[in-house]
Design a protein around this ligand. Structure first.
Ligand code: 26Q
Length: 844
């Protein structure tokens, strides 16, 4: 429908921040005219999106101002979540729902001749993270605000977020993500809150006026950090917290000194080098790369954030002695771990505390969440690189380590092995800094993200720390927010559940248990299936419109979406698909449960094997989807550019959720929770949070397969020979041989050879060892799916028993066990304009 906005509707500024429909319509028009500078003649759908988003933001601003001011005044402990990545997903729909404005906006849009859904779809999501870790940070911000906990998320405002993925000829191609190109209506630049960040240079010692020796850092260059604030509204509460992202700029737009001596290009180069720091997100997760720019990013945002906290603290206090009473700082993996020596430096060098005082405050302030067990993921900076960029921090780390190892030696006299193992400095090769050890030593609490992960931290990678400090490592199993992963992503299922049990589940997910009796109600099961079917129609329309692909919505939807990694074993899934293909080819009349196999996920651009797996998935798709013997019963669809937005589409359509990492490798997983919450049944290994999901939903409602952690350890210890499995399993051999034959690569025998050689000769993630168990388990799942009533029952019970996996539960646990903070409801002091009139604050 054509928009019916007329020029005459743009008259005066809308001043009432309520949700009166007519006022909303006027507000759209006002934003369109004055902010976008558009009239009906030139307006685009994106202009409408910007206008609607700005209208929402204005209404949020009212709560935001009240929240930040009340939190500052009350001096409640502020949670600061430091994370190099945040993956909040599109803001518009989520904000409308959390603020309780969705219906009013939908009506106002309709009456303006617009479709709110089409406007919502205009938003380019901020892809400021790689995957699980960044998305978890975003779920936690939602839960913090919903539970009325004063909190700030601190991170980096990357100009280019996670690359956009396209599939060209079966291969991944990367395109830069220009998410800011059309403007970002959600952020507010706070130019008055800039911070300075130093890099390089040297350190000096001097004697102060009182005759005490002090140290200072003389950086070689200084960069400016500018904060941009995005409001994070809680669900139907007054609390609106802040996501504060830092952007780097040069101190001056031009260095006139250089300009005067004629070094115009030198001056510009310096400006560019400063801006480079926040230019782009590194798109590789789970693989440490010792790049200087990455360390600059980490230090940059940590330094800005800590100085910002100190600024706020000193606004109300004379000294930093009680800083830890006012701030709880969470370090999201080791990426922000440089916060520990930086905070020490600020206390020692800039605020003149002594070591003991400074260390006491530091260790009461920080806590650290570990997200990985993979050795290749551990941040380990070469000492030389670290010292050249942050010389004073290196000195402080040496001192921290020295004092820490003295403590270790006292506890374990004569045991130099444990000293070497615990040291922050790794001296086994070229000397390097173990950031995880730094984080452990400087934190009050260390947590893993699922029970088995925490157990493995305690018994393997952090075993010596656990022995030293038995109380310090705790488990807090991850969770996901039901607001985004049900209300936004699966409105149909949310509606059905609301009708059945009311709305309390939205903020107390354990209430879903009340659905259990309905699993035995045939009419409810029918309604449940209808929701899934309608959701499948949506994704089928998307696949048809975007990719000219036809999906059979009556088939079993079998979905694996996550980053592409060998340890996540997308290739195990593929071997199963090829096995089904072979069975169909051998017996074209086989009564196979029709399946649509959906894959999605990005590969790190430099990760050759992951990219080859994507190519292989698409190569298999091309053959299977076009073969008349198979195409009606087996379809493979690689959904390109998996991100939060495609997540909204894909979790709600899944019947079967693929969580098939090698046991002991996936710290937790959170996709597993999103699938189950939308009614998918899991086929999975005993890994990460899968174990806890199975405990909750019951073993009858979960398809478990594969080796357990102890079995993996045993197999690896006794010498794993993948070729034995290849030789002894006919179906496995046939699947591998078919790839090798060039059947999926137009006769090219070499294309997938690196993948096959790796599997047959090394197979570090035991794909071949788990193959038979997986394929047989898939058969059970397919058989079960045919018993539709029974399957629907399983689906309902999965949802009913997902209460534990709300991020509200995780956050409540962090508040109790780590941060020791309590909810702080916001009373509205500043009234809406103009209802209470406006009182202008006095200038400070
Ligand atoms: C490190 C150095 C240089 C460049 C990039 C990185 C980097 C970036 C992102 C390293 C790791 C990540 C992300 C890791 C991650 O997402 N881990 C996942 O965290 C989830 C939330 O806890 C868990 O559910 C997953 O199991 C875990 O893999």
């Amino acid at each position: 429908m054509e928009p019916t906005l007329s020029a005459t509707s743009v008259q005066a500024a809308p001043t009432n921040h309520s949700c009166d429909i007519n006022k909303l319509k006027r507000a759209f028009a006002y934003k369109l005219f004055y902010q976008q500078g558009k009239t009906v003649l030139s307006v685009s759908l994106n202009d409408y999106y910007q206008a609607v988003a700005l209208t929402v933001r204005d209404r949020m601003q009212h709560l935001f101002i009240n929240s930040t001011e009340a939190q500052l005044e009350k001096e409640s402990r502020l949670v600061c979540y430091l994370s190099a990545e945040f993956l909040p997903g599109p803001h518009l729909c989520n904000s409308l729902i959390n603020l309780g404005f969705f219906n009013e906006f939908a009506i106002a849009a309709r009456e303006t001749g617009l479709d709110l859904k089409a406007i919502i779809d205009q938003e380019k999501e901020p892809g400021l993270g790689n995957g699980g870790l960044g998305r978890l940070a975003a779920c936690y911000l939602d839960s913090l605000a919903t539970q009325q906990i004063p909190a700030i998320g601190y991170g980096i405002r990357y100009e280019f977020g996670m690359f956009d993925q396209e599939i060209v000829n079966g291969w991944q191609k990367e395109f830069s993500d220009r998410w800011l190109q059309l403007g970002n209506p959600w952020e507010v630049k706070k130019a008055d809150l800039v911070q300075e960040v130093g890099f390089g240079g040297c350190t000096e010692s001097y004697v102060n006026g009182q005759g005490n020796r002090h140290h200072r850092w003389v950086p070689a260059r200084v960069v400016i950090g500018i904060p941009y604030d995005t409001p994070i509204p809680g669900y139907k509460v007054n609390t609106v917290n802040t996501l504060r992202l830092w952007s780097a700029e040069a101190p001056k737009s031009f260095d006139f000194q250089d300009f005067n001596v004629g070094d115009y290009f030198g001056a510009v180069a310096e400006k560019i080098s400063a801006e480079n720091i926040t230019k782009v997100l590194y798109p590789n997760d789970e693989q440490f790369q010792g790049k200087k720019l990455r360390l600059e990013q980490q230090y940059f945002f940590v330094c800005c954030s800590l100085k910002d906290m100190i600024r706020m603290h000193l606004f109300c206090h004379d000294s930093l002695d009680n800083f830890h009473d006012n701030f709880a700082v969470q370090i999201n993996d080791t990426h922000p771990a440089v916060a520990i020596p930086e905070f020490m430096r600020l206390l020692l060098d800039e605020h003149c505390l002594n070591w003991e005082e400074a260390w006491d405050i530091t260790t009461r302030t920080f806590s650290y969440t570990n997200h990985t067990l993979l050795p290749e993921s551990q941040d380990k900076w070469p000492l030389s690189l670290f010292g050249s960029l942050l010389p004073r921090h290196l000195e402080i780390i040496f001192e921290i380590n020295h004092r820490f190892l003295d403590q270790v030696r006292l506890r374990y006299p004569g045991d130099e092995t444990i000293v070497r193992n615990l040291s922050i400095i790794d001296e086994s090769g070229p000397r390097s800094l173990r950031m995880a050890h730094l984080a452990c030593v400087g934190s009050q609490t260390i947590n893993g993200v699922a029970a088995v992960h925490t157990h493995l931290l305690k018994t393997s990678s952090l075993a010596d720390f656990h022995r030293l400090w038995p109380q310090k490592i705790i488990n807090i199993t991850n969770g996901v927010t039901p607001r985004r992963w049900m209300l936004v992503s699966n409105p149909r299922l949310s509606q059905l559940i609301n009708e059945a049990i009311g709305e309390a589940w939205i903020t107390d997910l354990t209430q879903l248990r009340r659905l259990e009796p309905l699993a035995d109600d045939a009419a409810f099961r029918t309604a449940w299936r209808r929701v899934k079917q309608e959701n499948k129609e949506d994704i089928a329309a998307f696949a048809r419109d975007r990719h000219r692909v036809t999906l059979d919505i009556n088939a079993l939807f079998d979905v694996q979406v996550k980053r592409i990694h060998e340890y996540k074993r997308q290739h195990l899934n593929l071997l199963h698909i090829i096995t089904l293909y072979n069975r169909l080819k051998a017996n074209p009349t086989l009564d196979l449960t029709p399946r649509v196999c959906i894959f999605g996920g990005k590969a790190a651009p430099g990760y050759f094997m992951a990219k080859l797996i994507i190519k292989c998935i698409n190569a298999v798709a091309e053959v299977v989807n076009n073969d008349p013997d198979t195409r009606d019963r087996l379809h493979v669809y690689f959904l390109p550019n998996h991100n939060v937005q495609t997540g909204h589409l894909v979790y709600p359509v899944s019947d079967l959720s693929e969580q098939i990492s090698l046991a002991g490798k996936e710290a937790s997983g959170t996709g597993n929770m999103k699938f189950a919450l939308s009614g998918a049944v899991t086929i999975g290994t005993a890994d990460g949070a899968n174990i806890e999901i199975r405990e909750e939903v019951g073993e009858d409602n979960f398809f478990l397969f594969g080796l357990s952690v102890p079995e993996v350890e045993q197999l690896q210890a006794t010498g794993y020979r993948p070729a034995d499995y290849y030789l002894s399993d006919d179906e496995l051999r046939a699947a591998i041989d078919l790839i090798r034959s060039g059947h999926f690569s137009h006769g090219d025998h070499d294309l997938f050879q690196p993948l096959l050689t790796n599997l047959l000769e090394h197979d570090p993630y035991l794909v071949l060892a788990d193959y038979r168990s997986y394929v047989d388990c898939q058969q059970q799942a397919a058989d079960s799916y045919r018993k539709r009533e029974q399957w629907t029952r399983m689906s309902i019970l999965n949802v009913a028993r997902m209460g534990k996996f709300s991020s509200d539960r995780s956050i409540a646990q962090y508040c109790r066990e780590v941060w020791r903070v309590k909810p702080f409801p916001i009373e509205l002091k500043w009234q809406r304009i103009p209802e209470g009139g406006i009182v202008f604050p006095r200038l400070s």
